[in-house]
Design a protein around this ligand. Sequence first.
Ligand code: AMP
Length: 257
Amino acid sequence: MKIIRTKNDLSSEIAKRCEAGDKIGFVPTMGALHDGHLSLVKCAKQHSSCVVVSIFVNPTQFAPNEDFDSYPREEEKDAKQLETVGADILFLPTKEALYPDGYGCAIKAGKAAQGLEATFRPTHFDGVVNIVSRLFDAVKPDIAVFGEKDYQQLQVIKEMVETYNIPIEIIGAPIVRTDQGLALSSRNAYLSEDEIKIASTFNKILRNATQTKNLDKAKDELLSSGFDKIDYIEIRWNRVLGAAWLGKTRLIDNFHV
Ligand code: AMP
């Protein structure tokens, strides 16, 4: 696996790979990798012959009160894990490389970004399309893989490539979970052992709500399980989607109805 830190080095490596006939796959991440991320790399390998993974904790998708500073950063461990699943290129850009002229962005998140996450994180999806469009420009992939874990994000990205005629196929990959059904997340590292037990009820309650469609009951069940606050539980895109707080950790999950 090649580790590349500048956009110039990335462009020349990608140009070489394209000349050799490679199809470029791309998996953008913020690092602190787990099996969910690695499953995206495996998925990308099935759809392409050269997989680029980026790790970049993107400041523009965090609000000032959020966890940008404390977000886990584990570059060496991440690189080792990516080797095991056969990633070809690890792109580790600096903030200066990706935002050379500040944070301005002509591309805005579209309709898919209304409600749900955006009600509670109003600047989040503009930050996501800002960074993803910049990364797409740097990598110029043929396909890119995103997890269904961030289901609204996946819809926002699909809408972005359609609206702006970006010639990249967007592929959604299923959520990877623990044996208890807890969706893997880099933020699970914030949870204590007791909190992990409570967090593991989230998926069961959401899955149950796909049958009952009783979202108020699901909210009550979450609160009695030990969750501190529920941002939302809603049905959209034929999915039950939810976000809830456990101490200082915000968890999201979703299930097909
Ligand atoms: P992040 O590093 O959290 O920005 O996530 C990078 C990519 O990994 C996004 O496309 C996420 O949706 C995806 N992802 C995160 N957790 C999981 C999971 N448990 N299963 C599948 N994909 C995931």
